[in-house]
Design a protein around this ligand. Sequence first.
Ligand code: PEP
Ligand code: MN
Length: 332
Amino acid sequence: MIIHLKNSVSEETAKELGILHKSILLKENNTHILITAGSVKNLPQGLEDLTESFYVTDSDIQLASRNYRKETREVKLGSVTIGGNSGNTVMISGPCSVESEEQITLAAELCVKLGVKILRAGCYKPRTSPYSFQGLGLEGLKLLAKMREKYGLAVITEVKDASHIEEIIEYSDIIQIGAKAMYDHGILNRCGKTQKPVLIKRGFGSTLQEFVQSAEFVLSGGNPNVILCERGIRTFETKTRFTLDLCGVAYLKEYTNLPVVLDPSHAMGYAYGVPDLTRACMAMGVDGLLIETHPTPKSALSDASQQLDFNEFTELYNSLKPLATALNRNLV
Ligand code: PEP
Ligand code: MN
């Protein structure tokens, strides 16, 4: 249950009530908010006179639930708005990893040429093998910052573990929590203490409930700027890398108030399928798309098989425009 206390309730009383009712205390626009477990369905005794309004939710999907906030949350990503009433489908593109200044510059220039406002690339890569390229680390973050300065792009890059979270917060405009880091509470709790937008990718073995509960850690920590990203889940199928859960996306759109981004690149795992899959995602009227592009995909140091070359990406991007018009959405 989410309880908005009356504005007359002091900070001290709100803190005491939080402890008494075993709830998280959050402050939003000068209102103290208590969040109990989702299993609490009736306003606890003694709170009647101190409560402005309260919201009962089905489960521990609470702050993210449409029962609590009907409208999709609006989040600012640099110069672009995602969610709210924007009607925007925000394109995020770039290589899997920052590999060199030349490579990331080419990717940034493609964004500028097409009008894409958000550049993605990883610097701390959560690889399955210790013998694979692990990312350029801080050197890569500095190159991303250079791209922001030079081209006015917003940059998104992933945090792999809590050891470099401060660097990611300092250098990125949007923090990406990778699929393998979705359960890392060190990362989730720290992301609750910043106001920078956080894009959380669904763990490939996680249920929708677990996925949204990860978002609840960030929201209840005090950061309202959370975006969900479906990037494919593991199923019995092995011909594609993962299985993009579009049913799950329908669920998230219906029951949560968080903007939803789709990542067909990691779901498919092979460049040949990415354009069709992206158009299917667009047809669902999602808030954003994340697509991997690389100047020379074959020589990429990570996720080589799924990245689109610049011609493929340009063709795909142009093919999305009439779809956006038909769906009454702005492709930005
Ligand atoms: C990525 O975006 O490059 C990435 C590693 O994604 P995920 O966490 O979804 O595997
Ligand atoms: Mn990747």
